[in-house]
Ligand binder design. Structure first.
Ligand code: FES
Length: 95
């Protein structure tokens, strides 16, 4: 099972492979912004990937559109649009 490391708390979670990143974090009681309820409209669920960016699914069309509209940085991902494929380390500005 892929490991998700949350920083700065250094919390390690084991996630089912191919799970939705936002849904999994919420199921574990982790606070993640989600104004649109995971529909890929608000970008409030963005996370910064510190390590393992290749272990997330490639950005889909909705995420690519959100990225350009919200001027997201290279290692920022929209959690509700990502599937976890392997180990990752992530953070947000509010953890
Ligand atoms: S929860 Fe709104 S874009 Fe992910």
């Amino acid at each position: 099972m892929p490991k998700i490391v949350l920083q700065p708390q250094n919390l390690v979670l084991e996630a089912p492979k191919r799970c939705n990143l936002l849904a999994f974090l919420q199921s574990q009681g982790i606070a993640v912004g989600s104004a649109c309820g995971g529909k890929g409209l608000c970008a409030s669920c963005k996370v910064s990937v510190l390590n393992g960016e290749k272990n997330l699914s490639r950005p889909n069309d909705r995420e690519i559109e959100l990225n350009s509209r919200n001027n997201l940085q290279l290692k920022e991902r929209i959690a509700c649009q990502c599937k976890v494929l392997g180990d990752i380390e992530i953070t947000t500005s509010y953890w």
